[in-house]
Each structure stands twice: as structure tokens, then as C-alpha cells.
Design a protein around this ligand. Structure first.
Ligand SMILES: [Zn+2]
Length: 404
């Protein structure tokens, strides 16, 4: 089952009764966390077993299903806490700070036509929440293949989880193989006998990283006498950086997926797991791997949602191997890969051909073949370039899981 959270703004302020519910819910979650830590349990059922009776007495009027849902939320937090604890990260007793509540899909009603949520508070008391519905939201509300999951209510917005049975993916009619680099995705698109170079450029992501890094450095120096302020400012800087980069990564991913979907391509990516670069510290930071990992996550996740097959292959030697004769080059090279056998090509695109060869040799490309001789050296298709991100900056509503 695939789940996607979609954020809705509210038409008006949250009704007072609902605000009280959020406060009660938060209190109950924090109590459940404490109970769970004491009893050393983390599962929703175990928590319910040890704490439900007391909770019923403490919150006599709360709708029973909401009360049960607090155990689910507390359980999730406890599991994270336990994971961190086992990793040896020092951490305090966790608690929920912000006001929130989560309603099970049985515990609320959403009219998908009008966008009105009927949320029970306690016996005989319901509130109505009017959601602001845009075209983007319509896509989810009107799609009958999607069922409703949980509803998360926050003071200024709600998140509706839409669920979809995991779709089988289509049988690929072509392949899109991509080498992931700091400033671009470079690759090759193969359809029948034709192979073309492909590029999606995102140089601004590295620039944003650099700029925010410098700013953080400056902040740390300026606030060296006040570690708390310095830490807070740096955290805010980091969040801003993540938002800005996230927005661009989603755009790049969307352009890749749109291309693949239209041509019924399988996507080949390198497996970035265990990627460790042996560069200097300074360079390591500049070439930090997380935007690339994040980009892969987004592509894989969205591809799954749309039923586009994605294949991940071991990138070992992909940038040094000649796809024609198989020689491996250990000397440094420039922007162009050149082989003794006469083959030469842009280094990154060459790497993507090797990724594709690996996928084919492992039988992971659905029976599709690639003939390097059919490569059209003079054709370059651009999937994405910064000019396409004409909309300058995301507004407050994007940090959403899965913007399309
Ligand atoms: Zn060669």
C-alpha cells in the first residue's frame, strides 16, 4: 500500500472545540510516551493494553477512536526514540511539543466533493472543517482509485493521507539510464535502435548549498559567545536550505518522470548506498551527497506511485569503463572519456551507458538491448534546466510530501 500525505489549508480558523481536542490529544500522547517508556513497550496494542483504562478516566469525554489513535502516535515516537538510543545517540525523554491530533480513517468523514471534514470531538459534538481545495488537491480528491487514510489536524492546516494499492509497473518499451552528478543528471535514452544523450541540469542546488554553508560559518563566528542562539540560527538556516533545495529536486524528478511515463521507459539509476568519497573535507562538504540521495528517493517514490519501473545498479567503475571494449582506465580524465579503442564521449554520459550495460547484463532492463554504435553523438535532449524553475521560490505551502 502506498501512502501520500496531502496538505490542505483551512478556510477559517480551527473551531475552539477542535483546539481543545488538539491540546487533549497532545497531553494524552505525552502521557502514553511516559507510560510506554516505563513499561518498555512501543507497539500501539501494547500501549493500549497498559494505558487505555487510565486514559479513559483522565479523558472521559474524548472520542474513543481518537484516544486509541494517541497510542499509535506515541508508539511511532517511542520507536524512533529506541532506534536513536540503540545507535548510542544521547537523547532526552521524547515529547510532542506542537499541537496536533491524528484521526484514524474510521474516525472522521471527508466529503470529497465539497472538501468538508466532519470531525467528531466527543459524543454529540462534531466540528466541520472546510478545506481550501485547489486544482492540485482535486487530482487526489477525484481519483477514485485512492482511498482515505488518516487525518492529521494542526492548528492551521490538515494533512489527509491518500492510499493506493501498490500498482504493478508497466513493461518498459524504452530505457532511461541516468548518472547522478553534483550539478546534473546525465544519461542516455534508448528506444529501439536509437540512443540519445539526455541531461537535466540543476547547478543552482550546489550554489544554494555553498551559500548557506558560508552563511552558517559566518553565524557561528559572530555568535561564538552564545552557543544557544548560534545553534538556533544555524538550524533555521538549515531548514531554509532544505526547503529551497527540496523544491528544485521535486522539479527535476517531475521532469524525469514525465519523460519516462510518456515513453514508457524503465529508469536506471546508480545505487548510492555506501557511497563514500575519498576527497578532502572541504570538497566533501561541497559535494555533499544528500541532495543526490534525496533526488533518488523522490524519483523512486514517485515512480512507484505512477507505476514506472526503476532499476538500481552498482556504479562500481561506471565512470572508468569503456562500453565498447571494456578497458578500465585508472588515470584521471577530463570532461571527456577517451579510450584507446577510439571511443570518446562526455564522461558523465559514458558513465550512464555503463550503468545501463550493467542493468542489461543482469537482466534488469526487461529484455531491452543497447548498441553503443547506435549512439547519436550530436543529439542532446534537455529534460530540465534552471530556467524552467521560473517560479522563483516556493511559498509556505510547499515542504509538502510529494508535490506534483
Ligand atoms: Zn575502448
Amino acid at each position: 500500500m502506498l501512502v501520500r500525505g496531502v496538505v490542505f489549508r483551512l478556510d477559517s480558523d480551527l473551531p475552539t472545540e477542535a483546539m481543545f481536542l488538539l491540546e487533549d490529544f497532545r497531553l494524552a500522547v505525552n502521557n502514553a510516551i511516559r507510560a510506554g517508556l516505563q513499561a518498555r513497550v512501543t507497539s500501539r496494542n501494547a500501549l493500549a493494553k497498559i494505558a487505555y483504562k487510565d486514559f479513559r478516566e483522565q479523558h472521559p469525554r474524548m472520542y474513543a477512536k481518537h484516544l486509541v489513535s494517541t497510542f499509535g502516535v506515541a508508539g511511532g515516537i517511542l520507536k524512533n526514540h529506541r532506534r536513536r538510543f540503540r545507535k548510542g545517540v544521547t537523547c532526552k525523554t521524547p515529547f510532542v511539543k506542537r499541537l496536533m491530533m491524528k484521526a484514524d480513517n474510521q474516525a472522521y468523514k471527508l466529503d470529497r466533493k465539497s472538501g468538508i471534514v466532519d470531525l467528531p470531538i466527543r459524543t454529540g459534538c462534531h466540528v466541520e472543517l472546510r478545506l481550501i481545495v485547489s486544482q492540485y488537491h482535486r487530482k487526489y480528491l477525484d481519483d477514485t482509485a485512492l482511498t482515505l487514510g488518516s487525518l492529521t489536524v494542526l492548528p492551521d492546516r490538515v494533512v489527509v493521507a491518500f492510499r493506493k494499492a501498490t500498482p504493478g509497473h508497466y513493461t518498459p518499451a524504452s530505457v532511461l539510464s541516468l548518472d547522478t552528478n553534483e550539478r546534473s543528471l546525465d544519461g542516455v535514452f534508448v528506444e529501439g535502435d536509437v540512443a540519445k544523450a539526455i541531461k537535466a541540469e540543476f547547478p543552482d542546488i550546489a550554489i544554494i548549498q555553498q551559500r548557506h554553508h558560508d552563511r552558517r560559518k559566518r553565524l557561528q563566528k559572530k555568535k561564538a559567545h552564545d552557543r544557544r542562539t548560534s545553534r538556533n540560527l544555524c538550524r533555521r538556516e538549515g531548514e531554509r536550505e532544505h526547503h529551497r533545495i527540496d523544491y528544485r529536486l521535486h522539479q527535476v524528478a517531475n521532469s524525469v518522470l514525465k519523460f519516462a511515463d510518456e515513453r514508457k521507459s524503465a529508469i536506471v539509476l546508480e545505487d548510492l548506498k555506501g557511497f563514500k568519497s575519498k576527497r578532502s573535507k572541504e570538497l566533501n562538504r561541497r559535494l555533499s551527497i544528500w541532495p543526490r540521495r534525496k533526488l533518488h528517493q523522490i524519483i523512486e517514490y514517485k515512480a512507484q506511485w505512477k507505476g514506472i519501473p526503476v532499476v538500481k545498479v552498482d556504479p562500481r567503475n561506471s565512470s572508468r569503463t569503456c562500453p565498447i571494449c571494456g578497458r578500465i582506465q585508472y588515470s584521471r580524465m577530463g570532461a571527456e572519456f577517451k579510450c584507446e579503442c577510439g571511443w570518446h564521449l562526455d564522461r558523465h554520459i559514458n558513465a550512464s551507458i555503463n550503468l545501463l550495460q550493467t542493468a542489461i547484463s543482469k537482466g534488469m532492463a526487461g529484455g531491452l538491448r543497447f548498441n553503443p554504435g547506435a549512439f547519436q553523438h550530436d543529439v542532446m535532449m534537455i529534460l530540465y534546466e534552471p530556467a524552467m524553475a521560473a517560479r522563483s521560490e516556493p511559498n509556505g505551502t510547499s515542504g509538502i510530501v510529494g508535490v506534483t
